[in-house]
Design a protein around this ligand. Sequence first.
Ligand code: GTP
Ligand code: MG
Ligand code: ZN
Length: 288
Amino acid sequence: MPIGRVVEGRGGFYFIKDGDRVVMATARGNLKRDKRLIYVGDIVEYKALHNNEFVVTKIKERINFLTRPPVSNIEMLVVVFATANPQVNYPVIDKLIVASEFKNIDVAICITKSDLVSEEALREQIQIYEDIYPSVAINGVTGEGIEGLKKIIRGKNIALAGPSGVGKSTIINHITGGLLSETGDISSKTRRGKHTTRHVEIFSLSDGTNIYDTPGFTSLDLPEIDITQVREAFPEFRDLNHKCRYSDCIHVNEPECAVKKALNEGKISKTRYESYCLMLEEVKKWQR
Ligand SMILES: Nc1nc2c(ncn2[C@@H]2O[C@H](COP(=O)(O)OP(=O)(O)OP(=O)(O)O)[C@@H](O)[C@H]2O)c(=O)[nH]1
Ligand SMILES: [Mg+2]
Ligand SMILES: [Zn+2]
């Protein structure tokens, strides 16, 4: 049975890349019956029917997957947000990061639209993340910063994820050197992105890098994780966890908490800590 990777899915059709050829296929009945969704990134078995149409017959076991955005078999999630336009919503960005940490997928940070704010304001945004994750700032108008991103992602399967309108597809076009991915404006009324990218699609570079473009979002639910898992998903807390007085400290109201001490000393970002507290509240609802 031939095998390939699903590089795009739209309207019930899946585009499977097998060596140099790409075939268009539908899902076989048994996959649909079992509600086994095919994700872009899946390695699948497929076959030709008598009428020369193709069907996906089997989804190979995934190394990993995310449901939002729906991607599989990635080595890194590049979390993209803009300095402005749309205004950054840190809790949403940090949730995306936590979802990736929970699945043990590497994270990198890409801040776009560096042309829209002062250097000082950009610095402040980068400082939140640069000690935790590989971080890069990009000017999507001039392409400045693209080389830095290329170094971070070289040879890997990576997905770009983040709010609508931040410039994910613009990045793809810079990296591929073509206008392969459709880009769209920011709505002047809502000041949000217009959800230009509607489907996940993989763009392959000659050096073996596979970049997944994904649709932007405005809000995000956390996966069903518990308080301890949220705590473990903040790498900057990990070295401090054992220094708290209580080993199961969740760093909120406990005395002699090393994380709160680091927060007060400015060693942990206030923004990240606020996101953390919001997420604790969110996951508590699953424990009731
Ligand atoms: N000023 C400025 N504009 C940018 C930059 N990067 C992208 N844009 C513009 O921002 C708008 C949105 O860009 P897209 O690449 O379509 O954004 P996206 O993240 O793919 O959005 P969705 O597909 O909706 O998720 C377009 O008008 C781009 O030209 C940048 O660095 N600076
Ligand atoms: Mg897009
Ligand atoms: Zn603590």
